[in-house]
Design a binder for this molecule. Structure first.
Ligand code: NAD
Length: 442
């Protein structure tokens, strides 16, 4: 039973998070688990790449056990089940339909490692089934889905974290502290770039029969029906609008999030201007832009995004990164490190900022998972990357795509969930789910 001290701790946490017990339902108890022992019982939905990487870091914790795996590809499911059994000496229950997995009463938490078009339904269903959730980024493939997911986590009182592990990175935290110190002077702009070869994929190949062991209907889920083609399947679905948003969302959420965090931006920009096209590899198969530029306007600050898929070089000798431009210097950052390139004060004959370089320790992902498990145990909702954090930067990334797809300057009214005077852009806000899937009512 919960002690008074624990209750006060939980209440303080919830108040600090700015939410009331009525918005979070009646589930503000310390973690007791759904199972018979004190272990945290996890189930993984989507086992191939990142989902498996997430589960691996969960299993570093002695009080975690994986009791279920779910995948629509039986080949992957069997391979991962065998690997899991070898390392943990435990046979997980296997599923191809995540809804059956969510029926397991003892299951405490699910990891969602599926393609982006599935996140919203699986997340909202997991919340309503009383499970906590580690959901991969971008949290959703549409802006309206982001809102539905935030509502579901609140309504069902679930602890959730988004797989934007940079939020747990020590060098990123040090960068945010530096930005807040004022040492960079007035920060007028932040430029983000992400150039990756996989952004251009390859030349198209013909459709084929669905591979043996794959439930392709369940892979497509709420997305519109389309014949099987291996180029929009495992891994490369990112470059097709029905399943992902190209480099803009795939890398955008990671890097936009660092600027929003560093600059303490919690709202929509005043305006978004974007352009994009298939300019570098026009014959290749992606639907998403291989080349794209977006500018987000604020009161006295501009943030820009740019990528050229099919290339892997970039400014400051980095193929991806962020450059914060301050009046005293430029802060350049990526997952490896960050550094200050000072401006020169010609009158005083000295640098306006100290030359600094801070290296990454590459513990961010492990720390992210540890933070989530701690939050679960303490029913602490302010995880290292909350569903609200994930929602904000996913919206920014989708706004960049909608601006480029409509070729217009956009103003987004987040409260009323529409663009100002732009019915064409409004069409990109909310998906029309393929029957029998229904947009979640949260
Ligand atoms: N945080 C990070 O650094 C990071 C890195 C890579 C990928 N990701 C994210 O992880 C997610 C997955 O990406 P990936 O590269 O692992 O994709 P992937 O295509 O390699 O793997 C997705 C897996 O989900 C399975 N799947 C698809 N629909 C399913 C369903 N309805 N039920 C159960 N399983 C289903 C597929 O069969 C496959 O095994 C994406 O949202 C991606 O953006 C995050």
């Amino acid at each position: 039973m919960e002690t008074r001290r624990q209750f006060l701790k939980t209440s303080a946490t919830v108040l600090a998070a700015g939410v009331t017990s009525s918005t979070w339902g009646n589930t503000l108890l310390n973690f007791q688990g759904n199972g018979a022992n004190d272990k945290i019982r996890v189930g993984l939905i989507g086992c191939r790449n990142m989902g498996w990487a997430n589960l691996s870091d969960f299993l570093l914790h002695k009080d975690v056990e994986c009791i279920a795996l779910c995948d629509i590809d039986r080949n992957i499911l069997n391979e991962k089940a065998a690997e899991l059994e070898k390392t943990t000496q435990r046979k997980p229950q296997l599923f191809s339909d995540y809804r059956r997995m969510l029926e397991i009463k003892e299951l405490d938490v699910v990891i969602i490692g599926t393609p982006d078009h599935w996140h919203c339904l699986q997340f909202t269903d997991a919340c309503s089934a009383g499970k906590d959730v580690y959901v991969e980024k971008p949290i959703a493939n549409y802006i309206a889905e982001c809102d539905a997911m935030v509502n579901a986590a609140r309504r069902y009182g679930r602890v959730a974290i988004v797989g934007q592990q940079q939020r747990s990175g020590n060098h990123w935290k040090a960068m945010v502290d530096y930005l807040k110190s004022g040492k960079l002077g007035t920060i007028a702009s932040a430029d983000i770039w992400a150039n990756f070869n996989y952004g251009a994929l390859s030349l198209p190949v013909p459709n084929t029969a669905v591979p043996e062991g794959v439930d392709y209907d369940m892979w497509q889920g709420p997305a519109q029906e389309r014949p099987f083609n291996k180029q929009h399947f495992h891994g490369s679905w990112r470059m097709f609008w029905a399943y992902g948003g190209g480099l803009m969302t795939d890398w955008g959420v990671h890097l936009l999030d660092m600027v929003l965090w560093g600059m303490d931006i919690k709202r929509m920009p005043q305006r978004i201007v974007g352009l994009g096209g298939k300019f570098a590899y026009p014959e290749n198969c992606p639907e998403t832009f291989d080349t794209q530029k977006v500018v987000y306007e604020f009161d006295s600050f501009l943030m820009s995004w740019s990528h050229v898929g099919g290339t892997e070089t970039g400014p400051y000798n980095r193929n991806y990164g962020i450059a914060f431009k301050g009046t005293n210097g430029t802060l350049v950052a990526n997952r490896d490190n960050w550094e200050i390139i000072p401006e020169w004060d010609n009158a005083k004959k000295l640098n306006k900022a100290e030359v600094i370089k801070v290296e990454a320790d590459f513990q961010d992902h492990k720390d992210h998972v540890s933070n989530f498990l701690e939050c679960m145990k303490n029913r602490h909702f302010e995880t290292a990357c909350t569903i609200e954090n994930g929602s904000l930067c996913a919206k920014y990334a989708h706004l960049g795509n909608i601006a480029a797809r409509t070729g217009s300057a956009l103003v987004y009214d987040d409260f009323n969930q529409c663009f100002i005077n732009n019915a064409e852009a409004d069409k990109y806000l909310r998906p029309s789910y393929r029957s029998p899937w229904k947009f979640p009512n949260t």
